[in-house]
Design a protein around this ligand. Structure first.
Ligand code: UD1
Length: 420
């Protein structure tokens, strides 16, 4: 059954919205919990479909689950080394994290290639080459990756390009590896720091997360314990942009401002009003925003690719022209065609989009092609004149919890509709 959002745009949104825990921090942390010997309890698990997909994979490895509201306890004491099949990996790019975690735990793994959002080729060569440089034998055949790490040794891994996932994979695989492993030219995203904090809380010895070089001193074992994952900076960013587009005292709480510094710089140059009060941010639109003249996506601390569609929706109705370059993924402009259906004026050449702001967007039938593109289209629908149907809501559910209900509470006219 297909699900869509039907949005009657043009409402002013106000009230308070709370940001959930980070999907991109939870996914590697959940995978790495198999490295622990005892129960692990997570205190703030969000209801995203990607989290459920990760839990399905962990079930295959004989992890037992107990939920109390959004508190989740994992019994990892009888975890088993099983082949991770295509039906489990095809839903989720982050299934690749199991490879690092299983190599760390069992020194052997067989896993099918990961699926995930269609935003580019998304190869896994950086992960595989890094494992190989520590002595892991890798054979790729018939859609599966066979890894044997019985001769894996701690050492130095120099990444040729920066990858969030590969940095996290290597942290997991080296955590229980005797000796010191150094990772050079790593990603510095806050989710990497959160993974290090989790592993260290369970007894790991990882330093340098958040800088270019991470050091991991292997420990014999990890115990269990409780953990609260960091807030989702992409959801926070989505609401901040929403507030700048159509908010009136829209209060966003439960996130860390420092994770979105780049976005705040953009917002300060637009026309919106941002007030900080008791650790919360209150945003109000002040008429048309000024276009941000030039913006590129790049690894943290630069502007995140995961907010590119949302900022594009904002720039579509700003006054002036914005030049936006997508550096991280080669195919992340699928939402452009959909925004153009809504009257946006956007010209794309290779990785550059030139957005000439228009006075008004008009409602249309549009299709989400991935998670964040879907979020961008919802923002556009909320400011458009008339009705917008955003199809393929299953993508949005991967990383936003009950988005329509949260927006409705802020005064939006939005409904989830189902088609046979
Ligand atoms: C993570 C995030 C994703 C975000 C991305 C960039 C999670 C679960 N997902 O994805 O939401 O958009 O970071 O911030 O945290 N690459 C290769 N070979 C590899 C690995 C990556 O060529 O082996 C390329 C990718 O295709 C991409 C670039 O490197 O062009 C960066 O990807 P990476 O940082 O690895 O992103 P993910 O970890 O997949």
């Amino acid at each position: 059954m297909e699900e869509s959002f039907l949005i009657n745009g043009g409402k002013i949104l106000s009230g308070k919205v709370e940001v959930e825990a980070s999907k991109n921090a939870y996914l590697p942390i959940l995978a790495s919990s198999i490295l622990c010997d005892k129960d692990v309890t997570f205190l703030n698990v969000p209801n995203f479909s990607d989290i459920h997909s990760m839990c399905e994979i962990l079930k295959r490895l004989n992890v037992k689950f107990e939920y109390f509201g959004n508190v989740l306890s994992l019994d990892v004491s009888n975890v088993k080394n099983e082949k991770i099949t295509h039906d489990l990996t095809n839903k989720l790019r982050a299934s690749i994290f199991l490879l690092g975690a299983m190599l760390g735990k069992f020194r052997q793994a067989i896993i099918s290639y990961p699926g995930g959002c269609n935003i580019g080729q998304r190869p896994i060569d950086i992960h595989i080459n890094a494992f190989k440089s520590l002595g892991v034998k890798v054979i790729e055949k018939h859609g599966y990756i066979y890894c044997n790490a019985s001769n894996m040794k701690a050492g130095k891994v120099v990444f040729t390009s920066v990858s969030v996932g590969a940095t996290e994979s290597l942290m997991m695989c080296a955590c229980l590896l005797k000796g010191e492993t150094t990772l050079v030219n790593v990603a510095k995203e806050p989710e990497i720091v959160d993974l290090a904090n989790f592993l260290n809380k369970m007894g790991g010895k990882i330093s340098g997360a958040g800088t270019d070089v991470i050091k991991i001193i292997g420990v014999e074992s990890l115990h269990g314990g409780e953990y609260k994952v960091m807030p989702d900076r992409i959801i926070a960013g989505t609401y901040l942009i929403l507030g700048a587009m159509c908010g009136k005292n829209l209060q966003i709480s439960g996130f860390r401002k420092e994770d979105n510094n780049f976005l705040f710089n953009i917002m300060r140059e637009s026309a919106c009003e941002i007030i900080e009060k008791n650790g919360n941010i209150i945003v109000s639109a002040r008429g048309r925003n000024k276009a941000y003249r030039y913006l590129e996506t790049a690894p943290f601390p630069n502007f995140p690719t995961d907010l590119q569609p949302q900022i594009m929706a904002m720039q579509s109705v700003a006054s002036g022209t914005c030049v936006l370059k997508e550096n991280v993924f080669e195919n992340r402009f699928n939402h452009v065609m959909e925004l153009v259906k809504m009257n946006a004026d956007i010209f794309v050449k290779d990785r550059i989009a030139i957005i000439s702001g228009v006075e008004k967007l008009y409602g249309a039938d549009v299709f989400a092609t991935d998670l964040r593109a879907g979020a961008g289209l919802v923002l556009a629908g909320l400011v458009a004149d008339g009705y917008t149907t955003v199809h393929n809501v299953q993508y949005i559910d991967r990383g936003y919890e009950n988005l329509e209900r949260k927006l409705e509470m802020l005064g939006a006219d939005i409904k989830r509709i189902k088609f046979e």
